[in-house]
Design a protein around this ligand. Structure first.
Ligand code: C2E
Ligand code: CA
Ligand code: CA
Ligand code: CA
Length: 283
């Protein structure tokens, strides 16, 4: 038994070593990913569950390195630790804004949901930089920023900071016309009391809740509670990760106004998304 314990420990040590090497290697390549044009935005439609009509799209970052897709769940944490997320975030917003404006010019005023890392709001300097970005980019984009077509998705951990400067920043962003959505809602801490105090417009029910819909009444009750609380606070609701008809039917029964998930569409490259919008408008 003793030698088995030792083997086990050795195995874990090797695993930790391997993870550290992978991490270091990714970090090295991540540093040059922007200048090497290795990022691409994918778009996942958000639809009205009753009509199937596309009402919005979430912008999702893809990193294609040496022909391989590296998952954002793997590289975003590395980008956050290293601070690279700030530049990457600005790149994402510039690409997304360029698409919003191009679509607008073609007659499709479709709102985009853009993920923002907590790190980007971490210090007052970064908060200022976040605001300045929009002022600086507007000229390059040819004038007015269509703020009313932008939803920023933040996570609950940001609200845990309870920093009045974050509240102020969110208030300013909303004042400009952007909407604030709380992503991965319900997965973080006790997400209730601060929701009433924070200036937000929407909650996005995390896919981990949606995936448990078929598992029974107790799981469904949890979603019902999130829905009624959100309604009481006058927040709109998006259900994320809807994959099956059973899940969709439950969402409809709750009268949730927006859904996102493989049942309707997977994230897709820009051209496919633009084609899809054009096709939908012809029906
Ligand atoms: P998220 O913001 O919660 O995004 C939703 C994730 O769920 C996406 O994974 C999406 O592809 C996936 N998804 C959508 N529908 C379904 C479904 O029906 N079933 C399942 N199983 N999954 C579904 P993705 O694209 O791999 O992104 C993972 C995470 O990486 C995102 O989670 C977000 O936290 C982060 N991320 C992605 N793009 C960006 C970005 O531009 N900036 C920042 N800061 N984070 C990003
Ligand atoms: Ca999101
Ligand atoms: Ca989410
Ligand atoms: Ca997530």
């Amino acid at each position: 038994a003793k030698s088995r314990g030792r083997n086990c420990l050795q195995f874990f040590n090797q695993q930790i070593q391997k993870d550290a090497e992978r991490h270091a290697e990714l970090y090295l390549h991540l540093k040059s990913a922007l200048s090497h044009n290795e990022f691409e935005l994918y778009y996942q439609p958000i639809v009205n569950p009753f009509s199937g009509q596309i009402i919005k799209a979430e912008v999702l970052l893809r990193w294609i390195h040496d022909g391989q897709f590296i998952s954002p769940d793997e590289f975003i944490p590395i980008a956050e630790e290293s601070g690279l997320i700030v530049q990457i975030g600005e790149w994402v917003r510039t690409q997304a804004l360029t698409s919003i404006i191009a679509l607008q010019k073609s007659g499709y005023a479709i709102p985009f949901a853009i993920n923002v890392s907590t790190i980007e709001f971490w210090t007052s300097d970064l908060q200022q930089r976040f605001l300045n970005y929009f002022d600086n980019i507007s000229e390059a984009l040819g004038g007015e920023i269509p703020y009313q077509l932008i939803t920023l998705e933040i996570t609950e951990s940001l609200m845990m900071k309870q920093q009045s400067s974050i509240s102020q920043l969110l208030t300013e962003l909303r004042h400009r016309g952007m909407q604030i959505s709380v992503d991965d809602f319900g997965t973080g801490y006790s997400s209730l009391s601060y929701l009433a105090n924070f200036p937000v417009d929407q909650v996005k029910i995390d896919k981990s809740f949606i995936q448990k819909i078929s598992l029974g009444a107790r799981h469904e009750a949890l979603i019902e509670a999130i829905v009624s609380m959100s309604r009481a606070l006058d927040l709109s609701i998006v259900a994320e990760g809807v994959e099956t008809e059973v899940e969709l039917n439950f969402i409809k029964k709750q009268n949730i106004e927006a859904v996102q998930g493989y049942y309707f569409y997977k994230p897709m490259p820009k051209n496919d998304f633009f084609d899809l919008l054009a096709k939908q408008s012809r029906i």
